[in-house]
Ligand binder design. Structure first.
Ligand SMILES: Nc1ncnc2c1ncn2[C@@H]1O[C@H](COP(=O)(O)OP(=O)(O)OP(=O)(O)O)[C@@H](O)[C@H]1O
Ligand SMILES: [Mg+2]
Length: 274
């Protein structure tokens, strides 16, 4: 387990790496209304490649709606979303996921009836074996890809301390173990940017620490960038090099957690009550 000090070191390391790497996600002037309510009201922010970026703000600020707009689960009325240089604002969610921007999904009834390892092997998209012609003409390529997936799955299970549970039905896992499986499943799709909406909610402190380490490990080893919506600010402070604050549908500030604590706008809108 990394100490508090080393967590801060990784945050500083993230910042300097990020400065060299540039912007991965650029959401500009997004608007989404529900009836008369402007849930997302001309909201803009960027996420820098190689960081774990936090998104915080009071209940109803529009954070989850922003997450849905970015990943294509809700359509914006106006604005643009550039991901890795291309405009994705009008693409359906599955196409956006194929480009490497995705979020976690709950383990459904169907997945509960599969084992842990089966859950991971069923996760990757763009599998060669699913293309009829390739499957017919290039079995070695298909087999090679299957072997790579198995290798990746087993490594993830070891990294996430789920290896002993690999043949257990997902339906028999505890709430915390399911949360890890949900993360492992989406990591199997080899995302560039992973969006997590309150991943620590309802997770006990011991598992929360582990989950934080797995996320930091994925950033360092697999180069995955994270955008994490979270209300637990001590976790946000430990994990995130940059934190974006939303209130009333728009971005009101951005900085390190330490900077935000000194920002009167942020204290008034959120931290004062938290
Ligand atoms: N599908 C919907 N239909 C109607 N109103 C919605 C819908 N989704 C969100 N809203 C409203 O939009 C506003 C923003 O909601 P959103 O869920 O994005 O907030 P949030 O920042 O994620 O809040 P929380 O921290 O509580 O999860 C809220 O007032 C919410 O009630
Ligand atoms: Mg929300």
């Amino acid at each position: 387990m990394a100490s508090e000090a080393s967590m801060h070191a990784t945050s500083a390391q993230q910042t300097s790496e990020a400065q060299q790497k540039g912007i991965l996600l650029d959401a500009r002037n997004l608007v989404r209304t529900f009836g008369g309510l402007r849930a997302v009201d001309d909201c803009s922010f960027t996420v820098t490649r190689g960081t774990i970026t936090g998104l915080i703000g009071p209940n109803g600020a529009g954070k989850s709606t922003m997450a849905n707009l970015i990943t294509g689960f809700t359509r914006a009325e106006s604005g643009s979303v550039l991901f890795d240089g291309t405009d994705i604002a009008r693409l359906p969610a599955y196409r956006i996921a194929q480009k490497g921007l995705t979020r976690t999904f709950q383990i459904t009834r169907e997945l509960e009836r599969m084992t842990v390892i089966e859950n991971l092997l069923a996760a990757p998209h763009n599998q060669l074996g699913e293309s009829f012609w390739l499957g017919l003409f290039s079995p070695p390529a298909v087999r090679r890809q299957e072997e790579e997936h198995l290798h990746h799955a087993l490594k993830l299970l070891r990294d996430f301390d789920l290896y002993a549970l690999r043949d257990e039905y997902a339906g028999n896992l505890s709430g915390g173990q399911r949360r890890l499986l949900e993360l492992a499943r989406v990591v199997m799709t080899q995302p560039k940017l992973l969006l997590l909406d309150e991943p620590f909610a309802g997770v006990n402190p011991v598992l929360a620490t582990r989950l934080g380490h797995y996320i930091e490990g994925l950033r360092q080893e697999q180069g995955i960038t994270f955008l994490i919506i979270e209300h637990n600010l001590s976790i946000v402070e430990r994990l995130c090099s940059t934190v974006i604050v939303m209130a009333l549908g728009r971005t009101i500030a951005e900085g390190t957690m330490a900077q935000l604590r000194e920002n009167p706008l942020v204290v008034d809108a959120y931290l004062g009550e938290a």
